[in-house]
Design a protein around this ligand. Structure first.
Ligand code: RI2
Length: 344
């Protein structure tokens, strides 16, 4: 078949998953990776490609659509790369079965890795410890779950985590497990660090120098924890390791909607005050341009330098952040070309 023939359209189920990831109905780095692998399996199963080449191009197009949804969590491209590299065969049927098998293997490994990581992290927690959390991370929660399974009593100080209050998801899960929870606003964190034995967070990406990219507010928390002498533990499966950072690339920080920070009503209230003052001092024209003079910025993630992190806990053991690059090289080699960027 002529390779110029257009690939069959991406399946609507893949598009639906991409939309759910973009809208954060599916969220959390590990959960996004799992959903992306499942979507590629669905694409493979439902493909009506007439040739192996059309099948390959269709799978790459599906991966590209999923890849475009959220930029910061590297678990997403890592999942897509893993599945596409397992796409193997000379016929459409062979390609389909190898892709589906590879996606299934990825999802099983993901689950097992999280469980193993939890056991490693739980070894750092002692009976009676108090853990301060930020945002909602299934990897971080896995450490607490394993500690509870080992019969340890753990309690938690849960940061609300503005602007989306994802700390509530953590609080709900911990209460379901019977863990005593104290919910605090983010601004109270430094005050409550005196009561904490650990700060425990997840990660969306880990850079080659050991920097941790996680929900906005993590870096400030880590700096305060260092000042208070509270160890910072980052729970991150190896799919959170960002291979491109080995070759000097930086991690893109996602910006989210202004409306997560400021409603239309709140904006109108603030800009009304600005309009009145401009009209009053004679320096403005009093027309009340709603957007003049008021910018809202809403970065979803920040970067915590390795010196504020005590341990990165993975399914392969715990690492000081500065040595994570060794594991990264072992797992990814030095190549960073993405299969969905391959032409033909
Ligand atoms: P797990 C989340 O990002 C949080 O930043 C969390 O720490 C990280 O993903 C890792 O989550 P978002 O998708 O993979 O809520 O540990 O923006 O579940």
């Amino acid at each position: 078949m002529d390779s110029d023939e257009p690939a069959p359209a991406v399946d609507p189920a893949v598009t639906a998953t991409a939309e759910d990831i973009a809208a954060m109905r599916i969220r959390g780095a590990a959960t996004i990776a799992d959903a992306a692998a499942a979507a590629l399996a669905t694409q493979a199963e439902r493909s009506e490609a007439a040739s192996p080449e059309a099948f390959r191009r269709q799978l790459r197009a599906a991966a590209a659509e999923l890849y475009e949804t959220r930029p910061t969590a590297v678990s997403l491209p890592n999942a897509l790369r893993y599945v596409l590299r397992g796409m193997d065969g000379d016929t459409v049927a062979e390609l389909e079965s190898s892709t589906v098998a590879r996606a299934e293997a990825f999802r099983t490994d993901l689950e097992q890795a999280q469980r193993r990581l939890g056991e490693v992290g739980a070894n750092r927690l002692r009976d009676g410890d108090v853990v301060m959390t930020h945002c909602h991370s299934t990897d971080a929660l896995s450490c607490i779950e394993a500690a509870l399974d080992a019969g340890k009593h753990v309690s938690a100080i849960v940061k609300e985590t503005r602007p989306r209050k994802q700390g509530h998801i953590t609080a709900r899960q911990l209460r379901e497990w019977g863990v005593p929870v104290t919910l605090i606003v983010d601004n109270a964190a430094r005050r409550y660090l005196d009561r904490a034995d650990h700060v425990l967070v997840g990660a969306d990406s880990i850079a080659a120098d050991g920097s941790v990219i996680n929900k906005i507010g993590t870096s400030g928390l880590a700096v305060n924890a260092r000042e208070r002498g509270v160890p910072v533990m980052v729970a991150a499966q190896t799919i959170k390791l960002h291979p491109d950072t080995m070759t000097g690339h930086t991690v893109e920080i996602e910006s989210r909607a202004e409306s997560e920070v400021l409603s239309e009503e709140e904006r109108a209230d603030i800009t009304a005050a600005g309009t009145a003052s401009e009209a009053g001092d004679g320096s403005g024209d009093g027309r009340g341009d709603d957007h003049a003079g008021l910018e809202v910025e809403n970065p979803a993630f920040d970067v915590t330098p390795p010196r504020y992190v005590d341990a990165i806990v993975t399914e392969r053991g715990q690492f000081p952040p500065e040595s994570i690059v060794t594991l990264m090289r072992e797992l990814f080699g030095e190549t960073t070309e993405e299969p969905w960027e391959t032409r033909g």
